[in-house]
Design a protein around this ligand. Structure first.
Ligand code: PLP
Length: 426
């Protein structure tokens, strides 16, 4: 694929406009910011037609590949037919997609609410949890990221993403971090902290618990094994509901299962999703049981764009492509291969402290010293810049900002993995 010649404004011009007209809180990764103007499958292209392997996948969002033809076609078809009416009228695109999503869920998780983003999905999930239980106390995990509105910022537990606004009613449990955590990989030991929070910080009853299956923004942290089943038991005993935030870890990304929580052998009461569900189209969803969904029927609940027919038609096409092209299976095969290659690289480079994750949701943590695990915060920026110059874009995150986040489109190949690792091996 060769993108058509670009005749838009240059990177410098965009940067100038951005500084003048967009929020000063915006940030970028690179010393000389990139002007991305085209995308095709696992590749992005800059204004000069230069190709980059997109290892970040728009932050684990581009599940099938940039501008996947079947998703584009579904969106165009629906856009020409009906862009928007309102959820108070019937439209089959919405109902069809809800049915298809529900069919991917275990247990009684069948009722779908559509939203526009992951934040909005989690805000709704937290509200349902509080309404259903009649309690306010929510427990989330330190180092998690759940969104940037008042409720979800409360559930988020990384100082970089927190502003001083009212975020009451959320308690943050010790992170079951297998790399730095005090109990290593002994998940049930970390779970005891959740019981202590309930005993010391609440009336004994809680609204619920929210967690990612693998912390994404927090630096691709896999929760220690046995943690989630133990916590789910504790929460249920305290009358609460368990929310699985699948915004990053869902839609086959972990390779072994369609949903990240399935890797932990638990069944949540509420599942939230966004990012990969739309391959870049802004859409999110909350799925729960018919009984819990009743919590919202006491009053009217509505949002203008949630379930918009263009977004749901696009989302449905994403689901079909994931199945047709066996992208979850590909995430498993290619992800396992890539992880092995990264582990080999770790043997060679002292700066690689940890390689972790599942499927095509992998993390590489950089440290200046393996013994003390001192985060290599400035080094990572330098390596990222060099990798960009060699045609690879990778994400970054973690509490210390020293973890490469590897979340490419799920059509990523073994050859792409080899290229990525060779570029990293600099
Ligand atoms: N939950 C998780 C796990 C996320 O990674 C994110 C975003 O990165 C969100 C929620 C918030 O989603 P959004 O940015 O679509 O509001």
């Amino acid at each position: 694929y060769t993108p058509p010649p670009y005749d838009g404004p240059s990177a410098d011009e965009v940067l100038r406009k951005r500084a003048q007209f967009l929020s000063p809180s915006l940030f970028h990764f690179y010393k000389k910011p990139l002007n991305i103007v085209d995308g095709k499958m696992q590749y992005l292209f800059d204004e000069n037609g230069r190709r980059y392997l997109d290892v970040f996948g728009g932050i684990a969002t581009v599940s099938c590949g940039h501008c996947h033809p079947e998703v584009v076609e579904a969106v165009i078809k629906q856009t020409k037919k009906l862009q928007h009416s309102t959820i108070v009228y019937l439209n089959h695109a919405i109902a069809d997609f809800a049915e298809a999503l529900a069919s991917k869920m275990p247990g009684d998780l069948k009722v779908v609410f559509f939203t526009n983003s992951g934040t909005e999905a989690n805000e709704l999930a937290l509200m349902i949890t509080r309404l259903y239980t009649g309690c306010q106390d929510i427990i989330s995990i330190r180092n998690s990221y759940h969104g940037n509105a008042a409720g979800t910022m409360g559930a988020t537990a990384q100082s970089i993403w927190k502003f001083n606004i009212v975020q009451s009613g959320v308690h943050h449990a010790i992170n079951p971090d297998q790399y730095r955590g005090i109990f290593g990989s002994e998940g049930p030991k970390y779970a005891r902290d959740v019981q202590e929070i309930i005993d010391f910080g609440t009336s004994g009853q809680v609204a619920g618990f929210i967690s990612e299956a693998i912390q994404g923004v927090g630096g691709i942290m896999e929760l220690a094994p046995g943690y989630l089943p133990a916590v789910y038991k504790i929460i249920k005993k305290a009358g609460g509901l368990c929310i699985a935030d699948e915004v990053q870890s869902g839609f086959g990304r972990t390779g072994t299962h369609f949903w990240g929580f399935e890797n932990h052998g638990v069944i949540p009461d509420i599942v939230t999703m966004a990012k990969g569900i739309g391959n870049g189209i802004p859409i999110g969803a909350v799925i729960t049981t018919p009984e819990i969904a009743q919590a919202l029927t006491r009053r009217s609940y509505f949002n203008t764009f949630g379930g918009n027919p263009v977004c749901t038609a696009g989302g449905h096409a994403v689901l079909r492509v994931l199945e047709k092209e066996k992208l979850q299976e590909n995430a498993f095969t290619v992800g396992s291969y890539l992880k092995d290659r990264l582990k080999e690289l770790q043997k060679k480079h002292e700066i690689i402290g940890d390689v972790r994750g599942r499927g095509l949701m992998l993390g590489v943590e950089l440290v200046t010293d393996r013994q003390s695990k001192t985060p290599a915060k400035s080094e990572i920026l330098h390596v990222m810049d060099e990798m960009k110059d060699m045609g690879v874009l990778v994400g970054k995150g973690g509490f210390y900002g020293n973890v490469f986040r590897i979340t490419p489109p799920l059509c990523f190949t073994k050859q792409d993995s080899d290229f990525f690792v060779d570029v990293m091996d600099i």
